[in-house]
Design a protein around this ligand. Structure first.
Ligand code: NAI
Length: 302
């Protein structure tokens, strides 16, 4: 079919039909970007209600793009939005959509057993060529893939929030991921207009492995009484050129998520001082102050 003699170009799968499971913050964002770049998307979640909300969210987000892009042609803007939305169908039954999926990408709850159950079920129904991928932030891709018989066609695709804005995708190959699968995932990321980087299946991949210890160290610096939250945030913005300070970023990510990640790492590697838990973080989480989403974390939000 291909005139190219490069073996990876011949054998890697061109991903056109994508099933995205989990229509939450990440899944809806990935669906929006995939649909906007001409992919045919089936978005799956547990109920029609959740899915309707996801699609409303995607529509709202596209309308904000259009407002700028088609400022003086609102009708063309509306047409643009509807055309993209036509690329998205919704379903509560992943088994029904899997036979036509080139890629099955999961962005559901961060729970190994639940992810394994999902993939193990779909593994039996998916066509041989289809690639499975997880957007997990903290679970080993190898462990999720082990529930399937397609470990060579399994990888990680780790997106960043908010997906339509953030350019990066970490493409993760396990020791079993084939070169063809890796190339397909890399090409898919590029087709989404993202910049992929390649990473081994190690805790935190690249970004979180560097970012989370930095954020926790900022909390410890504050806990030691060496600087106020406000000053630390200003310092990192103006001194290191970061768009958000570590406390602002922690509130944005969610303090429960931060705690979940650092606790997991410290359990696996308790002697690593970078993974020492922060008492302040534990206290805020216990009080239900989880950041922006609950109206209060390190800062208060209206
Ligand atoms: P979320 O809670 O916003 O969305 C998860 C969605 O999955 C919900 O709509 C839920 O109803 C659905 N769901 C749960 N179990 C399901 C199942 N068995 N079948 C079908 N749907 C199911 O979560 P969020 O933030 O979108 O995270 C999803 C995944 O993405 C997690 O693995 C997380 O680690 C990862 N991730 C999150 C990032 C973030 O900044 N929030 C960044 C990168 C990755």
């Amino acid at each position: 079919i291909s005139r190219s003699f490069s073996s990876s170009a011949v054998r890697s799968v061109v991903i056109k039909n994508v099933m995205i499971i989990g229509g939450g913050q990440m899944g809806a964002g990935i669906a929006q970007v995939a649909a906007s770049t001409g992919h045919s998307v089936t978005l799956v979640d547990m109920s029609e209600d959740i899915l309707k909300k996801s699609v409303k969210g995607i529509e709202g987000s596209l309308k904000r793009v259009v407002k700028k892009k088609f400022a003086d042609k609102p009708e063309a803007g509306e047409e643009f939005v509807q055309k993209i939305l036509q690329n998205v169908s919704i379903s509560t039954d992943p088994a029904a959509a899997v036979p036509t999926s080139d890629l099955v990408l999961e962005a559901i709850v961060e729970n190994l057993k639940v992810k394994q159950d999902l993939f193990s079920r779909l593994d039996k129904l998916a066509p041989a060529h289809s690639i499975f991928a997880s957007n997990t932030s903290s679970l080993p891709i190898t462990d999720i893939a082990s529930s399937t018989s397609r470990q060579d066609r399994f990888g990680g695709l780790h997106f960043f929030n908010p997906v339509p804005m953030m350019k990066l995708v970490e493409v993760i190959a396990t020791s079993a991921t084939s070169q063809e699968t890796f190339d397909s995932l890399l090409n898919f990321s590029k087709a989404l207009g993202k910049t992929p980087v390649s990473c081994k299946d190690t805790p935190g991949f690249i970004v979180n492995r560097l970012l989370v210890p930095y954020m926790i160290e900022a909390l410890r610096l504050h806990e030691r009484g060496h600087g106020s939250k406000e000053d630390i945030d200003i310092a990192m913005k103006l001194g290191a050129g970061y768009p958000m300070g570590p406390f602002e970023l922690s509130d944005y990510v969610g303090l429960d998520t931060m705690k979940f990640i650092i606790d997991g790492w410290s359990e696996k590697d308790p002697d690593n001082p970078l993974f020492t838990p922060s008492e302040l973080l534990n206290k805020l989480v216990a009080e239900g102050k989880l950041g922006k989403k609950t109206g209060e974390g390190f800062y208060k939000y209206k």
